[in-house]
Every structure is written in C-alpha cells, then in structure tokens.
Design a protein around this ligand. Structure first.
Ligand SMILES: *Cc1c(COP(=O)(O)O)cnc(C)c1O
Length: 425
C-alpha cells in the first residue's frame, strides 16, 4: 500500500499558526519533497485479498481516490492542525462541505437552526434543497436569544458563520454552543471568513464542526475551488438517533470516537462523490502557506480603508466589524485576532462607481490576493427576498469589497476615481 500521511501529527499542534501552515504534513528525510507531491491517481494497489477486504470494510487507508488520496490527505491533516481539530475531510467546494456537515447529523424529520446572516448558497441549501430531503430549517437573528427560541425537539444542528458577509456579524460561539448542547444538538461554524483558523478557531470556543470554503482565503489566488469539514474532539452524539439507534449497527457502536468524521467522509466523498482533486488540494495547501501573511496585511488594509471611507463625503454607511460603531465590534474583539478582509460601503451610483475602477476588479470571489468588489443587490443577494436582503445589510447602494494585498494608496486612489464625477468609459 502506498504511504498514507498520518491524520495529523500531534507535534504539529504545538507550533504557532505561521509555522504549522508551512511545516505541518511535510515529512523530513533524504529525498523527501519540500512541498506536497501531487498523487495523480484514481486507485491504489493491494498485495493481498485480506488487505483489500479490510480496506473496503474500514475505508481507513488507500483504495480508490474518490475516498482518499495522499495529497488530499496531507491537506486534510494541515487543516486539522490549523483549526485545532481531530480530523478533516476535504471536498470539492464549500457548498459540498456545507451539505456534508449537515447530512452528517441530520436526516428526514430533523431540524436545523441557523443565524440568517449567511452566504447566499447556504441560505439556498437550507431553504430550498434540504426541505426536499425532509430536513427543515429556521433562520433567525444572529443572537443567542433568537437561536434559543428557535430550538425544537428535533433540532440536531445549530449553524452560524464566524464572520458573515457583507454585514460582518460575528457569531457568539460560546453561547451558541451552550444552547446547541443543551438541546442535544451540535454547533457548526462556517469559518470561511475566519481564514482556516487564522482569525479564530471555533473549535476552541465550543463548536463541534467547522465547515468552510477553501476557495477563498485558503486558495487565496482565485485559482481553485475546495471546501472542508473539520470535527473537534469533544462532540456528544449520544442524543442523536442516527448515531445511537440500531443497537449493534449504530454508527457510534461501530465507529466509536471517530463516528462523526467517518460519516462525513462516507457521505461527502465516498457516496456523494464530492471529492477534492489532488491538483486542487496541492494549490490549496500551497495557498495556506501564505494565508497568515496575506490575511494580516489584508486586515490592516481593510481597517485603514474602512476608516478612510467613513470620513469620505460621498460614501454612505460603511460596515466593518473593526469599526467601533459596528454592532458586532465588541464580539469581534472577543473572538477574532483581526477584523477580517471584507467590508461594505454605500456609494451614490454603484454602476458608475464600478465602471470607473482600474485597480479593484468586479468579481464575486472573496480572499483573492487582488481586491474584488461586487454589487450584492443585483448579484450575490439578487435572489434573496428584499426584506431579507436589507436584513443582511444589503441596500441598492451597497458595494462589498474583499481586500487584497495591493498597496493601500493605490486602492484609495482607485476608489477616489470611482467616486468622482469623471465620465465613465
Ligand atoms: C463562498 C462561500 C461558501 C461556499 O463555498 P464555495 O467554495 O464557493 O462552494 C460557503 N460559505 C461562505 C461563507 C462562503 O463565502
């Protein structure tokens, strides 16, 4: 059998983020590659019938690349280290990660409570796709009181984003975890805007599952798609019938402590086939190596831009959790080591603003090294009902910006041109 990297070297967990991001998962030794080798493979060999039989029963090693691949596995172990978790399954997109996280604890008849300040794709999945499978969801304000009031007997999962976009709500993880656990449910946090544990590690604050898009800050260069689901070590599944009923066949009895992670790989990768390609895993692992550098710079620039925009006479409401007037500023200080790279602001004429830009680019991604802007009203939130759009902090004037690594002065100069009365071309 080909070598499968370890799930996560416990030694790596002692490193600080910047060190773990470049060192974890890379073996030392004569002739070892410095980066992750790409294993371009669909299947792996066995020597004996017994090996193959065991592998098909446990899915613990290498057999078929829909289930595991050494390159993907190396990325998974790096993410596990960076998020401070027990194990990770990497998948083809953030959407794949969201679906896998939900299906790992919910089945027909079950219920999800979610904060309503959400990525549009998550709102769509909770409102349109999961009901087709008999899983219902209640979307409420991003506060402990609203989450508690929405809990039902059949609630198996509470969901929130670490930092929502574009509003910049910050999840009160500790409070949400207590509410979920009291109700026998788990707490999942979408940590996409938290940058793979760089701004916050939700598992440290009581979350049970971290789901995220790796397309954004992890990839970091607008060149690859991916997602991941990481589980922590402390989750209690004994009140979820999926894991307990069925006696001898219960997932918990058969899979023990690793039951949740096993089900996520089984559903997301093995059965639904939302597998991450090894070339993508390589690009994401390489992106992670500079995430800390990029994101610390981006947070610094985003704060400077937010303050500058707030003082600009042509700009309306500026929303950024780093600003003292932001409703989640205190919570952001409590949970985050930086205020994130996404901000939003209102301009008088969004169409003219966007058409004048020469540095900022109009594109829907987040976390790119280049600064990207969109008009959420007509694009990312275009399908969301108007009241919900406004509740999410989106007005017809709002521009969302994901700040890149360019020089602050060039971004300011470009925005100034965008806001000027210069004729558009
Ligand atoms: C982009 C995004 C997703 C979905 O990720 P994809 O990789 O685009 O599928 C999920 N959650 C958040 C917060 C996102 O920004």
């Amino acid at each position: 059998m080909s070598d499968l990297p370890p799930a996560a070297d416990p030694h790596d967990a002692e490193w600080s983020y910047e060190t773990a991001a470049v060192q974890s998962g890379i073996p030392r030794g004569l002739g070892q590659t410095i980066g992750f080798p790409i294993h371009a493979a669909a299947a792996f060999q066995f020597d004996t019938l017994e090996q193959a039989q065991t592998e098909f029963q446990t899915n613990a090693g290498l057999s078929y690349a829909r289930i595991q691949n050494p390159t993907v596995r190396a990325l998974e172990s790096r993410i596990t280290t960076l998020e401070g978790g027990e194990s990770t399954v990497a998948l083809a997109s953030g959407q794949a990660a969201t679906l896998t996280a939900i299906l790992s604890v919910c089945r027909a008849g079950d219920h999800v409570v979610s904060a309503s300040s959400l990525f549009g794709g998550t709102t769509g999945m909770l409102s349109n796709i999961l009901p087709l499978m008999g899983i219902s969801a209640t979307l409420v304000d991003n506060t402990p009181g609203a989450i508690r009031a929405a809990m039902q007997e059949n609630t198996r999962l509470v969901w929130a984003e670490m930092i929502s976009n574009p509003a910049g709500d910050v999840a009160d993880i500790t409070a949400f975890a207590d509410i979920a656990h009291q109700g026998g449910a788990l707490l999942a946090i979408d940590n996409t805007c938290g940058g793979v544990g760089y701004l916050c590690r939700p598992l440290d604050h009581g979350a049970d599952i971290v789901a995220q898009s790796l397309t954004k800050w992890a990839g970091g260069h607008g060149s690859v798609m991916g997602g991941s689901v990481t589980v922590g070590t402390r989750h209690d599944l004994t009140r979820n019938p999926i894991y307990t009923e069925g006696g001898e066949n219960s997932v918990l009895t058969v899979r023990g402590d690793g039951a949740l992670a096993w089900r996520q790989r089984w559903f997301g990768a093995s059965q639904l086939g939302m597998t991450l390609a090894p070339h993508s895993a390589f690009l994401i692992a390489q992106g992670l190596e500079t995430l800390a550098l990029r994101m610390s710079r981006e947070c610094e620039t985003a704060l400077a831009l937010a303050q500058w925009l707030q003082a600009h006479p042509s700009v309306g409401q500026v929303s950024y959790p780093g600003l003292e007037d932001h409703p989640f500023h205190t919570q952001a200080q409590k949970y985050l080591s930086g205020f994130g790279a996404v901000l939003s602001f209102e301009v008088p004429d969004p169409a003219a603003f966007l058409s004048r830009l020469r540095v900022l680019r109009v594109a829907p991604n987040l976390g790119d090294v280049r600064t990207l802007v969109v008009h959420p009203w007509t694009t990312t939130h275009g399908r969301v009902p108007e009241a919900a759009r406004r509740a999410a902090g989106v007005t017809p004037q709002t521009i969302r910006m994901s700040v890149g690594v360019e020089a602050l002065v060039d971004l300011q100069a470009d925005i100034a041109v965008g806001l000027s009365n210069r004729p558009t071309v």
